[in-house]
Design a protein around this ligand. Structure first.
Ligand code: X2X
Length: 339
């Protein structure tokens, strides 16, 4: 701004009462009435961050600058455990924990991650956009968090290792594998005979690089954008868990937002979520070839030996009990009998 224009703006502002000053400025330049922080654990190049930024831009525009969401990607605000604590206390207003991670607070949220439950995305979205998802959202609500209606995709989790490919359950024996901070993941990999260790995602790359663990498991788009292929050699398409992200808000912050703004925010976030699902679907068509070209050796084991091992270990019986008959029944409505 030049001297002249700055002076003329000041002159204009001194002529209006304090409450009118904000109105006299162009709407976008004004400090937002609701300024929110959103933290997540993924690199900026992941579709979750790309679509979330688009949603934030749309929200700023459609609310005429009243609602601003600043994104802190890539664990900038701490790991998942820290961000979950922050969104509960109100230190941040939004967070996208994986179902596995929010389950440390809302146990039933891990229900979608039961080993080998979903066989495809029709089953996944049928359940998560239907009764099972509604059941989980209600449970999240009881923890004074608001979960937006549409879950975002993480993907089917695959197993990578620096040592050897996983061709059947016997290759899991004693495998030092990193899993998220998630009781279900620990139970499942113990059931498979592996030696799982819980680490936050913020520590995965370095723990593979320094060989604290030999293996990890994540959907292919994450293996790609987090460059895990730099520190892993083999990728086995085990498809053992379907995992998604709940887009959640601090309950008090959400309640305080006027209804018309809630509508705009929810619509932008839910629609961005649907587009993000589509992005992952498209990525899945090319990601295998890309990861191969980056040096990962890919193999495709069948799931029979893994399922048999889990049944033998009592995994399904145990988790049916832990989730309770209602949630388990809703899952089985979508995927068929499990245990
Ligand atoms: O931590 C992981 O592995 C990740 C990124 O998939 C989750 O958020 C659970």
């Amino acid at each position: 701004m030049t001297e002249v224009t700055r002076r003329s703006v000041l002159r204009t502002l001194s002529a209006v009462p304090a409450a009118g000053i904000a109105a006299a400025l162009p709407s976008m330049a004004r400090a937002a009435e609701f300024s929110y922080k959103y933290g997540n654990n993924l690199p900026v190049t992941h579709p979750l961050n790309i679509r979330a930024q688009q949603a934030a831009d749309r929200i700023l525009k459609e609310t005429n600058g009243r609602v601003e969401i600043k994104i802190f990607p890539n664990n900038q605000l701490g790991g998942d455990t820290d961000m979950l604590a922050q969104v509960r206390s109100g230190g941040i207003e939004f967070f996208t924990p994986s179902a596995l991670v929010i389950a440390t607070l809302v146990p039933v949220a891990a229900i979608n991650a039961v080993g080998f439950a979903f066989s495809d995305y029709n089953q996944v979205w049928g359940a998560m956009d239907g009764k099972l998802g509604a059941h989980v959202r209600e449970a999240i609500g009881k923890s004074r968090l608001y979960a937006f209606e549409k879950m975002w995709d993480n993907g089917f989790r695959q197993t990578t290792s620096s040592k050897a490919p996983v061709t059947s359950a016997k290759d899991m024996d004693g495998l030092k594998i990193r899993v998220p901070v998630s009781p279900l993941s620990i139970s499942m990999f113990k059931g498979l005979g592996a030696a799982p260790a819980s680490l936050q995602f913020s520590e995965v790359y370095s723990s593979l690089q320094t060989r604290i663990v030999d293996a990890q498991e994540n959907p292919l788009p994450i293996i790609q954008v987090a460059k895990l292929y730099e520190v892993q050699k083999f990728c086995s398409l085990t498809n053992h868990i379907w995992d998604g992200y709940w887009f959640i808000a601090n309950g008090r912050a959400w309640e305080k937002l006027p209804a018309d703004l809630k509508t705009i925010v929810a619509r932008a976030i839910n629609e961005a979520g649907l587009q993000q699902r589509d992005d992952i679907k498209k990525l899945n068509e090319t990601v295998v070839t890309d990861l191969q070209s980056k040096g990962l050796t890919i193999n495709r084991p069948t799931s029979d030996s893994f399922r048999a091992k889990l049944r033998e270990a009592g995994f399904y019986g145990e988790w049916k009990e832990r989730f309770g008959a209602e949630a388990w029944g809703l899952l089985e409505q979508s995927v068929g009998k499990l245990a």
